[in-house]
Every structure is written in C-alpha cells, then in structure tokens.
Design a protein around this ligand. Sequence first.
Ligand code: EPZ
Length: 419
Amino acid sequence: MKKIVIEGGAKLQGSINISGSKNSSLPILAATLLIDEKIILNNVPNVKDILTMVSLLETLGKKIKIKNNTLEITSTNKPSYFAKYELVKTMRAGILVIGPLLAKFNMAKVSLPGGCAIGARPVDIHLDFLSKIGYENKVVKGYVVSKKKFSKNKISFFFKKISVGATETAILSSCLSSKEVKLINIAIEPEVIDLINFLNRSGTNIKFIAKRSLIIKGVKNLRGLKYQIMPDRIEAGTYMVASAITNSPLILKNISVVHLKNIINIFKKIGLNIKILSDRSLKVLPGRLKSIRIKTVPYPGFPTDMQAQLMSLLIFAKGISEIKEDIFENRFLHVLELQRMGAKIEIKNNKAKIIGIDYLSGAQVMATDLRASVCLVLAGLVAHGKTEINRIYHLERGYENLVKKLKNCGAKIKIINVR
Ligand code: EPZ
C-alpha cells in the first residue's frame, strides 16, 4: 500500500502544466469501438481509469499502443460484445461501452458498474434510452444483457434528469445507424461536447437545435482520425485551489479558459484575483477569502467534481459558508476527514455549513473517492505539521503526476510505501 505524506506550510511558486481530461478521454475511448480504422488520440492523461478502459477495449477487440500521452488504436479481428465485471467494477465509465457495442453488434453484455462511495449511481436513464430506440435490456446476475427487439428510424427522447453518462450513451448508440434521433434536456458539460466534436470529425452528423437539444443523423460508417483531448478543467480548478489555500501565486498552462468560466467566477466571488494570461493560461493571485453560499449544478454551473476542493478552501474563509450538493446523494465523505484535521463543518441533509477558522492541524486521514482524496491533499498543504493520506489509489485514478506537479512547485509532499 502507498500513502502520501505532506509537511504543511510550504509556499508554492512557478507553473503547472494541466493534463488532458479524464472525463473526456473515457467516452471518446468508448467511441473508438464504433470505428474500425486507425485512431490517434493525443493529450490523454496517464491515469489508472484510462489504463482500465484500455484493458476493457482490448478485451472487446481493440489493439492499443500507448506512448506517453498518445494512444494509437486499431482493430483486431477478434471483436467481442462482453464487458466483464473485473474491469467494469473499478471504473464506472465502463458502462459507456454498451452504446457502441449495441450499435456494432445489435447486442451487448456489460457488467453493471455498481455504486461507489458518492452514491448509488444507477444507470436507469441509460437503459430507458436504449429501450426507446429498440433494445430489450435485462439485468442478469449483475450484467446488463441487451439485444435488438425492433427498429425505429425517427426517435425523440427527453432526459428526465440531466445526466452526463446517459447523454453519452444516447449519442454513442445512435451515431452509427440509419436513425434520426432527437435528444432533449441533455448534459452539455465540455466533456460531452468534446465527444460530439470527435464523432463529427469521424463523420457523424450531430447538430445542436437548442441549448440542451440536438439531432443525430446516424451514418453507415465512421472514419479513422487523429484527435486532441481537451484539457482537464477539474484538474485545473484543483490547482487553482492549491494556489489559493497556500496563499501562493501559481500559473496554470495548457488549460482551456473558456471551460473554466464558472469556476473562475466563483473563485473571484470568494476573493481570489485571477489573471487571464491567454486562452490557454491563467495566474491565480491569492486574496483574503470571503465566505459564500453555493450549490453544485450541471454545467455551466459550479461542478460537483469541484465541491470537495472548494470546501477545503472555504475552511479558511472569514464567516460562514454553505455548500449544497445537488448532484450526488453522498458526496460529503471528505467532511469527516477534514473534521479530524480541525475543520468546523456541520452537515444537514445535502447541505454543508463551513465555519471559517485560522488553521488546520495535520493528521492521519483516509481517502474515499477521487475528489475527496485531492481535497485532503489540499488541506494537508496548509495544515500545521504532518498529514498522512491513506488509500491514495483513488487519487491515481484521476490525477496525472499529482505529487510530482506539486513538488515541482515547492510543496513538501512525497509518496511512501507502507507494508
Ligand atoms: C460523470 O459521471 C462524471 N464521470 C463524474 O465525475 C461527474 O461527477 C458527473 O458526470 C456529474 O458531472 C465521468 O464523466 C466518467 P451523471 P456520471 O450521470 O455520468 C443520476 C469524477 O470525479 N443518474 O451526470 O455517472 C446520478 O446518480 C467523476 O471525475 C441517474 O439517476 O454522472 C447522479 O445523481 C465522479 N440515473 C446524477 O444523475 C442514470 O441513469 C448525475 O449523474 C444516470 C445518472
């Protein structure tokens, strides 16, 4: 087992290069199942979830060469439509292969991803859509077994709830077909737009007809292509907090400022001075932190994936702040760990009240999910004394070279192996 050890109090300086987006890479990797020709993906982050998705695609008939952050994907002559539990259980995005498998084979057997720390995370909306476009879906021994029942050429589907994954499944299952599919009330996160751009570049015809509605005109086949994954906006937001919480100016590079507008606005509201250097870089200049009341909502609102990181920062904001977690039912697991470090946080249903204090004390803490883990790293950077974070495999799922990036900016942080 490994753990992270941080000596709090070090100032940061310099700049951090942001990696490609995990949550854009995963659906785009699933989309490669639709394309037989060679695909080159650049700027793919080297994180555990990507390696898991690569292993899954290799069991489904893909051959994938990884060179640094570039993936070369070709097809073998051994395709399969069976996505096994062992690979899907650790990475919820495994469910995203069901759409492409059905589009290619008219059948699929995909392990249910199972819940995770932040909530049950059902896939009912994914399956509602697949039923609507003609597939019969049964859950048999933990697997979704789907097969074609009927075909409709013109379909319109309204999402009862805005869902990133279900929107991606709807797009992935419709673009290689003779169907015309209208989707209404879709998620419009930048990662969904990146998937749409990738598919349109490959030959699909996906057009927006309103802010949250689009029409997909399916095509017979898709061309191979070279594609650059968008920068990871949540990684960028995370390091903006690292700069603010340690009261140190930091420059972020290789970002997409346009995707960060909502996050930048909130940080300005709590007193940070964010200087836009170009559309690919910005500088965070710390300021006196002010309390705020905020809730997590679908894009373009404040993202749930930044909730834990913002909470660690609001611990030091003067006054009382409030965060309402409106997306997941159990995404406050980091609170218990922050309280062990001395944070004054009260939870009532899906609301967290954060009372501003002057300092945290380092402690032994435990990571529970990807973003809760990074929030403990952020708190450890500024806590008095030593913080030890256990179960850091959560972090390795979604942050490329996190310890190295922080160490290069002056943080006293290291990974140690424990028996
Ligand atoms: C994606 O998860 C992201 N993961 C999550 O990031 C992110 O937090 C989430 O979108 C919201 O932005 C990837 O892109 C790989 P949803 P997803 O479907 O697609 C409910 C991270 O830290 N729901 O938008 O699973 C669901 O339970 C991860 O990088 C249903 O009820 O999220 C949740 O309450 C964590 N039925 C809400 O909708 C469904 O069929 C939003 O979930 C699907 C979802």
